[in-house]
Design a binder for this molecule. Structure first.
Ligand code: SF4
Length: 216
């Protein structure tokens, strides 16, 4: 039997999330605040055991003020459903909350300015598993540059949380080879970890270390 995907939300968590949403809407900590239509605050279940993190708002997200709208959102909904999940089972958010001009990559200063918002979301939701979408987000959360094609589908451990990198839904929309297949596989993997059918990131990494031949 599948395990619960969420736990009970304390009223104080809901109040703290509303305060965080207000703080993000009022935020002018970096230059992106002048270019946005709407900042994009995270949404979904505040007691989710699974958090899904994307990179930044694009046009549809900026217009709607919601994460994963438009074509990327359709792809994400599809792979969530295929894994037996829905948006209400998870918490969705992005590293940077305001849309950069021309959809460029956020600068290091903009990332640094916005990270406290993501840290607050992680503290509030306290997920057991985080799926990072795309190389940008994965590199930010791992604190080192990583090519997504090398790490997608691994179960890693970051501060006691299982981190599963995968491709961004926008990669699938663009037709990047392997993106759709990897997304579907890796969301199913996240569900299996939550259900206890697959080992956690800490367990998987310990197993990898045991199997790795000793290096000189
Ligand atoms: S991108 Fe983040 S830090 Fe910059 S203005 Fe928006 S919410 Fe604030």
């Amino acid at each position: 039997m599948a395990s619960r995907l969420t736990t009970a939300t304390a009223p104080s968590t809901t109040a703290a999330h509303r305060a965080l949403e207000r703080a993000i809407r009022a935020c002018d900590s970096c230059d992106l605040h002048a270019e946005r239509c709407n900042p994009v605050t995270g949404e979904g279940s505040l007691d989710a055991r699974l958090m899904i993190v994307g990179s930044k708002p694009r046009q549809h997200e900026d217009l709607q003020g919601r994460p994963f709208a438009g074509g990327s959102g359709n792809v994400l909904d599809h792979v969530l459903n295929a894994a037996g999940l829905s948006r209400s089972d998870v918490y969705l958010t992005t590293v940077v909350k305001c849309r950069p001009d021309d959809d460029r990559a956020p600068s290091p200063d903009e990332i640094l300015a916005c990270l406290p918002h993501l840290a607050a979301e992680r503290e509030l939701v306290a997920p057991e598993v985080i799926v990072t979408l795309g190389a940008f987000t994965t590199s930010v959360l791992l604190r080192r540059a990583v090519p997504i094609e090398r790490v997608a589908g691994y179960r890693l451990d970051v501060d006691g949380v299982t981190l599963i990198p995968t491709y961004h839904p926008a990669d699938a929309v663009r037709g990047v080879p392997q993106a759709a297949v990897s997304l579907r596989r890796d969301l199913a993997m996240a569900k299996a970890v939550l259900d206890g059918r697959l080992s956690t990131g800490a367990e998987a990494m310990a197993e990898l270390r045991r199997r790795r031949p000793e290096s000189n």
